[in-house]
Design a protein around this ligand. Structure first.
Ligand code: SAH
Ligand code: SF4
Ligand code: F3S
Length: 439
């Protein structure tokens, strides 16, 4: 077997894509290795969302290019959003890369490898948005862990003024329901118990259902829940304006849908939300949260925040803190605004100095961390159903996830991997819970 080393950066969609690429490579006789020095092929799946993410790609590639000096037959493949954003310039910046493929082109990897293997080409790049979707050409998914991602929607038409995703992933596209159901069934046959449905704007998913009727996300979730071995369903990432009441109701009516919602708000200031081209106000966001808490009081709410967007004054930032205090988040991701070339935000007046961004981020993150810690501490003494996913670092330790997506560590027999067992929570910190098997 030839060996492939895969390095994945960026979001869950890239994690999913990397596994689909591994499915392709498995069919070509490659097996995965954890050591890049031993590999015949290195695949770097890249992210362009913030400047730092993008820069990291080139510093990592530097390391792999050194290895190629000693191993001239080593093939270096780069996929993902940086390739899409840079286009032809990418190969000039990284002349040692053999194959560069955008996020909608990776199903063409076998034919590109053939070109490089037979030395018909020195370098190849493909970074466009083909009419036919890659999903029609991918092999069946191979084995997955007990919890797996499944892309149901890709691309975005929202054009938030800071964001590169509409340019790197293309227009919004919903996969057909029957293809999603088939993929979920294949996954569960190979042992998957939990599926997280993925999309850049996942709650905009729509399609024709198996009954011939138009379906929205809640219909798809309910249909997937009929798969007997599928025990848990999640979806990520949702856009606030697409949180319909039918979808909110699904959190009470569908027991397999986990009580966790990631709903990025970005800012608590209506002025900044408008400038970001987010199409909701802070009070509309709060309405969704309060409605959801009424329906499902235990729900864990998570979010994304950007501080230091152009024009953000102290009072705008205060409004973000205010919103955070009103919601009480169970977890979150927060970032300093990073101007991205080609997006409207980068050209806006009122760019915020780096020091102000940093100090606002510190204040916001310490508030959010206190909330997350409190959420975790409040679980102590409770018995939570935990899906045991893998062995821990310590011998005898297993790691799993609570319904609220918290990491839970406990001692248990590894025969229980893949099962959902009741766990009494005995301890908590910012990033995980400890517990013991409750019988
Ligand atoms: N589709 C999702 C998010 C995609 S990107 C949504 O609409 O919410 C993930 C997160 O990265 C975003 O929620 C945002 O908080 C952050 N992000 C995106 N572009 C950014 C930029 N230019 N600077 C800083 N953070 C950014
Ligand atoms: Fe980016 Fe906005 Fe689309 Fe999310 S909704 S992917 S933040 S443009
Ligand atoms: Fe990054 Fe592309 Fe995902 S820019 S966040 S890998 S969609």
């Amino acid at each position: 077997m030839k060996k492939v080393f895969i390095r994945t950066m960026g979001c869950q969609m890239n994690v999913y894509d990397s596994l689909r690429i591994l499915d392709i490579l498995n069919n070509l006789g490659y097996e995965e290795t954890e050591a890049y020095e031993d590999s015949d092929l290195i695949l770097v799946n890249t992210c362009h969302i913030r400047e730092k993410a993008s820069e990291k790609v080139f510093s990592e590639l530097g390391r792999y290019s050194k290895l190629k000096e000693d191993k001239p037959d080593l093939i270096i493949v780069v996929t993902g959003c940086v390739v899409q954003a840079e286009g032809e310039d990418f190969l000039e910046r990284a002349p040692f890369v053999d194959i560069a493929l955008g996020p909608q082109n990776y199903h063409h990897l076998p034919e590109k490898l053939e070109l490089i293997g037979r030395k018909l080409k020195k370098q190849v790049i493909e970074a466009d948005f083909p009419v036919q979707t890659k999903f029609d050409f991918l092999p069946s998914p191979g084995s997955r862990t007990y919890s797996s991602y499944l892309a149901i929607q890709e691309g975005c038409d929202r054009f938030c003024s800071y964001c590169v995703v509409p340019y790197t992933r293309g227009a919004e596209y919903s996969r057909p329901a029957k293809d999603i159901i088939k993929e979920a069934e294949i996954m569960t046959t190979s042992g998957v118990k939990e599926i997280t449905l993925l999309g850049q704007n996942v709650n905009a998913w729509h399609g024709i259902g198996t009954n011939g009727e138009p379906w929205r996300l809640e219909d798809l979730i309910n249909r997937l829940a009929d798969i007997p071995n599928l025990l848990r369903i999640r979806f990520i990432t949702s856009y606030p304006s697409d949180m319909t009441s039918e979808l909110l109701n699904c959190f009470t009516s569908q027991k397999k849908l986990m009580p966790y919602l990631h709903l990025p708000v970005q800012s608590g200031s209506d002025k900044i939300l408008r400038a970001m081209n987010r199409r909701y106000t802070s009070s509309e966001y709060l309405d969704i949260i309060f409605k959801l808490r009424d329906l499902c009081p235990e729900i864990a709410i998570s979010s994304d925040f950007i501080v230091g967007f152009p024009g953000e004054e102290d009072k705008d930032f205060e409004q973000t803190l205010d919103l955070v205090n009103k919601v009480d988040f169970a977890s979150s991701f927060s970032f300093k605004y990073s101007p991205r070339p080609g997006t409207p935000g980068a050209a806006m007046k009122g760019q915020i100095p780096e020091e102000i961004k940093s100090s606002r981020l510190d204040v916001l993150q310490s508030l959010l961390q206190r909330q997350q810690e409190r959420f975790n501490y409040n679980c102590i003494g409770k018995v939570l159903p935990v899906l045991l996913e893998h062995e821990g670092k310590k011998t005898g330790q297993l790691c799993g996830r609570s319904p609220y997506l918290q990491n839970v560590n406990l001692e248990a027999d590894k025969k229980l991997l893949g099962e959902i067992i009741p766990v009494k929570i005995t301890g908590a910190n910012l990033n995980s819970l400890r517990g013991e098997q409750a019988i």
